[in-house]
Design a protein around this ligand. Sequence first.
Ligand code: UD1
Ligand code: CA
Length: 454
Amino acid sequence: MPDRPVACVVLAAGKGTRLKSRVPKVLHPVAGWPMLRHVLDTLATLGPDRAVVVVGPDMKAVEQAAGPWPSVVQPEQRGTADAVAAAREVLAGFDGDVLVMFGDTPLVTEETLRRMLDARRGGTDPAIVVLGMRPDDPGHYGRLVLDEAGGLETIVEYLDATAEQRAIGLCNGGLMAFDGRRLFELLDRIGDGNAKGEFYLTDAVAVARAAGQACAVVEGSAEEVHGINSRADLAEAERLMQNRLRARAMEGGATLTDPESVFFAADTVIGRDVTIAPSVVFGPGATIEDDVEIRAFCHIEGALVQRGAVVGPFARLRPGTDLGPAARIGNFVEVKNVTLGEGAKANHLTYLGDASVGAGANIGAGTITCNYDGYLKHRTEIGEAAFIGSNVALVAPVRVGDRANVGAGSVVARDVADDALAIGRAEQVEKPGHARRYREKKAAEKAAQARRPK
Ligand code: UD1
Ligand code: CA
């Protein structure tokens, strides 16, 4: 069957009671993204004509996270069929296939969605294609009952299932693809006469079959439909997602010495021949170009690390960091909103914030940009090939010129010209013999104290 338009309905009205959280379930992060964003990111790969997120009342934050797609409110949580029905107006006149997805199931892949759509469009022109799976522990999932020909006959929810039905290993992963022209007439015929007193979307299968329409199953991995209901489920989703992201980085040509201890964000970009040592954590917005070495115990977020740079161990790159090619950020260095030119170095115990550092500049140990005056942030500019000695405080706004030197221990509050030397520290005084005289005096005092009666 030729390609037909696709619409997606994402169910996200659930309060997620079992997470015991003030935050709506679908906004809890997995790999640095709200789980809803994973679902939206995956459905976007299908290029759907329409998509809509079904939210509960008072879920403004979820509506915002749904953008650019519209949301509709399901006023009362009366079950998954009622939730899809809330999208009726958004889908009015839609003539294509409708994918129903869950906002709390972030691991589903594009490939699986495409297989469901292909099955919907092929074979017996089924009214519904259900994503099935065979988890190790079928637990409380709905069970898929097949007919003799292997078609899908009905779905029974666990609470409504007989002992015989509960013994079925093939479970409902939750996602379904519908023929959009038949979707709403099926929903209209679903009742709430079941254990939960809800309108089950799963009942659409029995309704379709009763009307003589075919239904089919596409099987996927249980991992993909791992749904999040509890904090333990959330941790498991994180684990599964991290394993995927680690595999992706390694397939892309990066070396991870200890993959299990490296944590990526969903959008981390890792180039080729990048080496990542143990215990490195990426927040959102990090791009690591080819040939970069990330040493152990680094935290990197919102940062571009250009080709050949070396970072860490124990470095923190915060948002707005742009490390030029072959730049070096060493141990106990924090960098925020800073551009470093090619080959620039800050190797030890330094804070660089709201600054630009020219190519080839060297920032000595213990240097601090004093970017905050208690009210406003100010910028520090350090020129190309400048040399900042150890333990320098650069009081912003301030500029150190190209090739300028700043003496160790200086407090630099005024601009330094190109090629100049700035020293801002107390003059050194020397008292010849003073140390010896002091030593002798103290020894005499100590001896006198020892002779005094107790
Ligand atoms: C559902 C399926 C079950 C399947 C399982 C897979 C039904 C009736 N059951 O059960 O067969 O094995 O998923 O994970 O569909 N939601 C709303 N409004 C509502 C109710 C639910 O938006 O009124 C949303 C929830 O926020 C959630 C999704 O629909 O994202 C699924 O609902 P949930 O209650 O978690 O269904 P399960 O009991 O897990
Ligand atoms: Ca669920």
